[in-house]
Design a protein around this ligand. Structure first.
Ligand code: FEO
Length: 407
């Protein structure tokens, strides 16, 4: 892939992964990129590597700019394998390079590679590396999203290399935000941002907010944000900062999503009048059937909307497995500021809807009680109850959403 000069003497030397659809279980429907950057200065410095599947491409990309042997420093902002697992291949060509990394990053790297012959410099927030005309300043971002994480700021270039932060899983011919719309839409961009945030960063909202405020207080001049995935923000880096702040604060659309699964279509039948009830209250509503939709898509739509209704039949006195899996996964993402409810059909003992509410309580979500259950298959009267259930939920949702608008 052709290196691209993003600032004078600073090159994108990353890889576009057009084919990946399973990113440790997260469905990357648009593929992704592994961005890394090469600073051509008195001391040639590589910022991050790429996923090991692309070792050969990573080396070749560097070679198009400089002999990899000349790399003097390698900055590892984050040790997750999509960014750090080509390090061994790079070190074959640049065995004398010094690796700049956080203490936790070094410990993690030691667990993945034989690092005994590699040179390291452990860095903390505020430490710098002068490469010549450029100064690389490191800022630790622990738990954003791994303990080892940091970002690198280059003041002379007003450039923030932000590792995962501000990224998107999006394989594209476009490298920059201003090129993006020549082949994609605004919807695709925002969809990719929300998808990435919801599935990877949702648990860290407070930390993200605090870290962005810290960067703002430091008064860093930033006219380009170059993440390790997706497009580089050069036209309007403020846009992605504000979008992240909104997402971190839990901002949501006044909308609902029904996420359900069904055994013999009874819970599915209930979804339809519930959706109509929500819609008739003027609230947009999406419907997602688990098992027909990826978990990551469902998570994204959950986070986009202020309200969610979970539909689950009862099987063996508990929730349907796909619904249980969804709620289990959602709980790990520690969602906040969402209103939820549950519904479903049962044959004899019931239990699934009750179990869903226990999960809502565990997550600390606002729940509209008591949910709605129907025996076996919904009758005409049950369908009317479903419609009213949808309307009532939408009314509560609007009220709940209003509290956030007033802040
Ligand atoms: Fe893109 Fe946390 O790795």
């Amino acid at each position: 892939m052709k290196p691209i000069e993003i600032k004078p003497g600073i090159y994108w030397v990353g890889v576009i992964d057009w084919a990946i659809r399973d990113f440790h279980g997260y469905v990357t429907k648009n593929g992704t990129t592994y961005n890394n950057y090469l600073v051509m200065d008195d001391e040639v410095t590589l910022l991050d590597t790429v996923k090991h599947d692309f070792d050969a491409t990573a080396v070749e990309n560097i070679r198009r700019v400089v002999d990899p042997y000349k790399i003097k420093n390698i900055v590892i902002n984050h040790i997750e394998p999509d960014h750090a697992s080509s390090i061994a291949a790079i070190m074959e060509y640049a065995p004398d390079a010094t690796i700049f990394i956080t203490e936790r990053g070094k410990k993690g790297l030691d667990r993945h590679f034989d690092t005994s012959r590699w040179k390291f410099r452990i860095v903390k927030s505020g430490d710098t590396l002068k490469t010549g005309k450029y100064t690389l300043t490191f800022l630790e971002t622990p738990m954003l999203h791994w303990p080892d994480s940091m970002v690198t700021y280059i003041p002379e270039a007003k450039l923030l290399i932000s590792q995962d932060a501000f990224g998107q899983h999006m394989a594209s011919a476009a490298r920059f935000d201003d090129e993006f719309f020549s082949c994609h839409s605004q919807f695709e961009l925002d969809d990719a941002i929300v998808d990435y945030y919801a599935n990877i960063l949702m648990p860290f909202g407070k930390l993200i907010e605090a870290k962005i405020q810290e960067i703002v207080k430091l008064g860093l001049e930033i006219d380009m944000i170059a993440p390790d995935h997706g497009i580089i923000w050069r036209k309007d880096p403020g846009y992605i900062i504000q979008r992240y702040l909104d997402l971190a604060k839990g901002k949501a659309d006044l909308a609902a999503v029904i996420i359900y699964d069904t055994m013999w279509h009874s819970t599915e039948l209930m979804s339809d009048p519930i959706m109509n009830g929500i819609k008739d209250e003027g609230v947009p509503c999406k419907v997602i059937k688990l098992r027909s939709t990826s978990m990551s898509e469902a998570i994204k739509e959950f986070w986009r909307a202020r309200g969610c209704l979970i539909g689950t039949p009862t099987i063996n006195n508990v929730m349907f497995p796909s619904v249980a899996e969804f709620l289990y996964h959602l709980a790990g993402l520690r969602p906040k500021d969402r209103i939820v409810g549950g519904f479903g059909s049962y044959g004899w003992g019931g239990g699934a809807v009750k179990e869903a509410y226990a999960k809502f309580q565990q997550m600390g979500l606002e729940a509209v009680e008591p949910g709605l259950q129907v025996l076996y298959k919904p009758s005409a009267e049950d369908m009317d109850r479903c419609y009213e259930f949808g309307r009532d939920f939408a009314k509560r949702l609007k009220e709940y959403h209003g509290k956030f608008q007033a802040v």
